[in-house]
Design a protein around this ligand. Structure first.
Ligand SMILES: [Zn+2]
Length: 290
């Protein structure tokens, strides 16, 4: 676990996202939950030994940020209203408990027993929701929860002014491959500007090491590189199927490697990115024409 502010910590090396916590005078506030059951249970034990966990705030609906919620059944979960609406759909997309158990036997055998622990619900969606923003006051800390669409539609940023830190979820991938499989690229670029305007010293990205504001430009450039590439396909009338017949070298648009041992997803991810951006550009053109 890494100290990233006076009273805040992030775990950078778990399999999954960078789950984080702020230790306030009135207990812990968590940002996202550890993906692997054993990591989630260890985290919970570490915190509960010191103080109660007041809130668990999710930044997005992907499994690497929400699957571990199951192991915090008594904690108030906070999330965007659209995250609440799609939560169970994304949990279901992660596979059945049977499928998870088979995967876990190979990937993380220590976690197998935790999959069918009767105390843990499979799905633990947000109960406290918001639309534009929500401010919580916990102990002496202000927790500003902001809707920053981009990587996903309910994408959420958590800004803690007293700590000088912002938790961006996957609107920032620091020096590891950016996932654009369902993003709104234009909203994403706007959200990066909004993050840049915050008074912060440290950014905790969804994945990768903590970074500073200087990296935001690079992140925006990666989104723009992909957008430019698909824009050119649209101009030339090339469909995603035609473009994807030949292998696309993702490193031409994003210099960073796929982290988290996810290399096997390289080609699939590029396909999803091209299809998503192509559809969004076409939809935009159509909306402009009508
Ligand atoms: Zn993620």
């Amino acid at each position: 676990m890494r100290r990233i502010g006076r009273n805040s910590y992030a775990e950078i090396y778990f399999r999954g996202c960078n789950p984080s916590m702020i230790q306030t005078a009135d207990g812990f506030v968590m940002i996202d939950s550890p993906q692997q059951p054993m990591d989630a249970l260890r985290w919970r034990e570490q915190m509960e030994e010191k103080a109660p966990i007041r809130y668990l705030i999710n930044t997005e609906p992907h499994g690497d940020h929400i699957a571990g919620n199951a192991y915090f059944p008594k904690v108030q979960v906070v999330g965007h209203i659209k995250l609440q609406e799609c939560f169970d759909r994304y949990i279901a997309a992660g596979g059945t408990v049977e499928e998870k158990r088979e995967k876990m036997k190979v990937q993380d055998p220590d976690s197998v027993w935790a999959l069918d622990h009767p105390d843990y619900p499979i799905s633990n969606p947000p109960k406290l929701t918001f639309e534009d923003k929500l401010q919580l006051r916990v102990g002496h800390h202000t927790i500003e929860i902001l809707h920053h669409r981009g990587h996903t539609d309910p994408q959420t940023t958590i800004y803690v002014p007293e700590e000088g830190v912002v938790f961006t979820g996957d609107n920032i991938f620091h020096r590891c491959r950016t996932w654009l499989q369902e993003c709104d690229p234009w909203a994403w670029l706007e959200s990066l500007k909004a993050i840049e305007a915050l008074d912060i010293e440290t950014i905790i990205p969804g994945h990768g090491e903590p970074c500073g504001k200087a990296y935001i430009k690079e992140q925006a450039q990666i989104v723009e590189n992909w957008l430019g590439m698909v824009d050119r396909l649209v101009e030339r009338g090339v469909t995603p199927d035609e473009a994807l017949k030949e292998k696309i070298d993702a490193t031409k648009y994003d210099p960073y490697p796929l982290g988290q041992n996810l290399h096997e997803h390289d080609v699939r991810l590029t396909g999803l990115t091209v299809r998503n951006l192509h559809k969004r550009i076409m939809d935009k053109k159509q909306a402009a024409a009508s």
